[in-house]
Ligand binder design. Structure first.
Ligand SMILES: *Cc1c(COP(=O)(O)O)cnc(C)c1O
Length: 385
């Protein structure tokens, strides 16, 4: 069945023609059960290839929490990427395809005992910490661990800040590094996270300057570190243009050359930047109504079964089937009976028909991985196309 979608000029800035055609022809050719998350493998491969290219001595560890679909893991594994995980649940899909322990790191600063035991047994060597208690836990369970301290850095300009939960200031950082060494661990380096969907180039500058101060303090104590783990944060386009990953990386690379000893290992942990714009939701209009002067559009994916980030402020772009008619302002809601299940407000769209398909762009990251079956609505299947 051929569907005609209403493609607007601004859509072209958010998704390439090739990628859009790929999604549309897949929907035409297959009887896809809706809702579904379609992942464009070509786009994914391109992103995974490009990331890290402009930072010398770098290694890319894909942050599995962004999208843990087996198809995504298998593809990235075949491409030779490494992985960042936070839990035994995230280790399982890697173990299933036999990813070696030296291609896995764990940067969650507070880990469960069960995960630490499982990671130790698997042979994982790199761990983050930001407290004495965590050093004690790691020293007891993984005595030969290499550890990096999580530094707190500004998250301004990131649409999904992560920093308030984790990280220490420089003074605490230096005592923790000494403490880790005392406990027999190998304090190899420093990590930070500028915040997810970071659209502010200067966040990385601020973070690197701060890390440099701590790095030098450790060196003065005779602890020569070797790993600078710059975390994730690379942005993707949702409804507006964002700074290019290439530009971000060239800026980071220049600063690392300027501030840090040559030859150190740089770890990058992108999640969203790898998978975010490779995924499109294909979902269905299940209802329309007018309440007061608001036009409500109900679709079969919502806050609970796959669009959780909408409540944190991520605004998505929607493409509807072309049904003619004029545009209206819509409040878009998910399928559950919960009042929180509102994805967006003030979205200008041509009025779609009940049962028609809606495409939601840039849904590859933090969608399915956040989804629950609340209210009995199934988590959409992920299809690699
Ligand atoms: C979530 C997370 C990432 C990935 O962040 P993105 O913004 O998706 O790139 C990387 N490292 C750590 C420690 C994280 O918690």
């Amino acid at each position: 069945m051929t569907r005609i979608f209403k493609i607007e000029p601004f859509h072209r800035e958010l998704i390439s023609k090739a990628s859009l055609l790929n999604f549309l022809s897949f929907l035409d050719a297959n009887d896809v059960e809706l809702p579904a998350l379609l992942m464009d493998t070509e786009r994914l491969r391109k992103k995974a290839n490009a990331i890290g290219k402009n930072i010398r001595n770098s290694r890319v560890f894909y942050a599995v929490k962004a999208n843990a679909a087996p198809g995504v893991i298998e593809l990235l594994d075949h491409m030779g990427l490494s992985f960042e995980i936070a839990s035994d649940g995230e280790l399982e899909p890697l173990a299933r395809v036999g990813v070696a322990a030296d291609r896995i790191i764990t940067s969650n600063p507070v880990k469960t005992f069960k995960f630490l035991r499982r990671a130790a047994e698997y042979g994982i060597k790199y761990y983050a910490y930001d407290s004495k208690d965590e050093v004690d836990k790691i020293a007891a369970i993984v005595p030969d661990a290499k550890v990096y301290v999580r530094l707190s850095v500004p998250n301004e300009g990131s649409e999904w800040p992560l920093s308030k939960k984790f990280g220490v200031e420089i003074d605490d950082g230096i005592s923790l590094i000494s403490y880790a060494a005392q406990k027999g661990l190998d304090p190899v380096g420093i990590t930070f996270h500028v915040g997810s969907q970071c659209t502010n180039l200067y966040n990385w500058d601020n973070a690197l300057y701060k890390a440099k101060v701590l790095w030098d303090m450790a060196a003065q104590k005779g602890i020569n570190m070797r790993v600078l783990n710059i975390g994730g944060g690379y942005p993707v386009k949702y409804t507006k243009n964002v700074v290019d990953i290439e530009e971000i990386e060239k800026n980071i690379d220049g600063l690392i050359r300027e501030l840090f000893p040559s030859g150190i290992d740089v770890f990058i942990e992108p999640g969203r930047g790898v998978v975010g714009d490779a995924g499109v939701y294909a979902c269905q209009v299940i209802g329309k109504s007018k309440r007061g002067d608001e036009n409500w559009l109900h679709i079969d994916v919502g806050v609970f079964n796959g669009l959780m980030e909408s409540i944190g402020g991520i605004k998505y772009c929607y493409i509807t089937e072309d049904a003619g008619g004029s545009k209206k302002n819509w409040t878009i809601a998910g399928p559950s009976c919960d009042g929180f299940d509102v994805i967006d407000r003030n979205v200008m769209l041509q009025e779609p028909e009940i049962g028609s398909v809606v495409l939601i762009l840039s849904c590859g990251a933090y969608t399915i991985s956040y989804a629950s079956e609340f209210n009995g609505f199934a988590i959409p299947k992920t299809l690699m196309i």
